[in-house]
Design a protein. Structure first.
Length: 143
């Protein structure tokens, strides 16, 4: 393997050019940061969870999983909104996913508290033995 050596003059010159470029972009960067903060203030973070359950999962087990997940908003303050439902699409594209849980947060920090929260972990312990597949999608949207 051949190594290329760069002179100290080239490194200093590059750093100088970068610092000039960063200084000249400060106004633009401040504007971008303000815009991003405004977008987040006017938005919510959606956490969508789709479950495909094993064929061996009983109706009683499903009812327990549904009710346990539905109790999380009363136990985890960071959850701003919650809803869930069963697939009802006539398109036939569900690929075996039957349950959709929709959890709303005001921030990524709220979601980051939710994920390792003891009550969420307890739910995962109850649901995991029955889950054949899971799909999770998080996205920001306007309120």
């Amino acid at each position: 393997m051949k190594l290329k050596f760069v002179s100290l003059t080239m490194i200093i010159g590059t750093l100088l050019l970068l610092s000039i470029g960063i200084t000249s972009c400060n106004t633009k960067n401040e504007s971008t940061v303000k815009n991003l903060k405004a977008q987040v203030a006017d938005s919510v973070l959606r956490h969508v969870v789709l479950f495909k359950f094993k064929e061996t999962t009983s109706a009683e087990d499903l009812a327990n999983i549904e009710s346990t997940f539905a109790k999380l908003p009363s136990k985890i303050n960071e959850i701003q909104d919650f809803e869930w439902g069963l697939n009802n699409s006539p398109e036939g594209l569900e690929k075996g996913f039957t349950h959709c849980f929709f959890v709303t947060f005001n921030s990524e920090a709220g979601r980051d508290i939710y994920l390792p929260h003891p009550d969420h972990k307890a739910f995962v312990e109850i649901a995991s033995p029955h889950i054949e597949d899971v799909l999770v999608v998080d996205y920001w949207t306007k309120k």
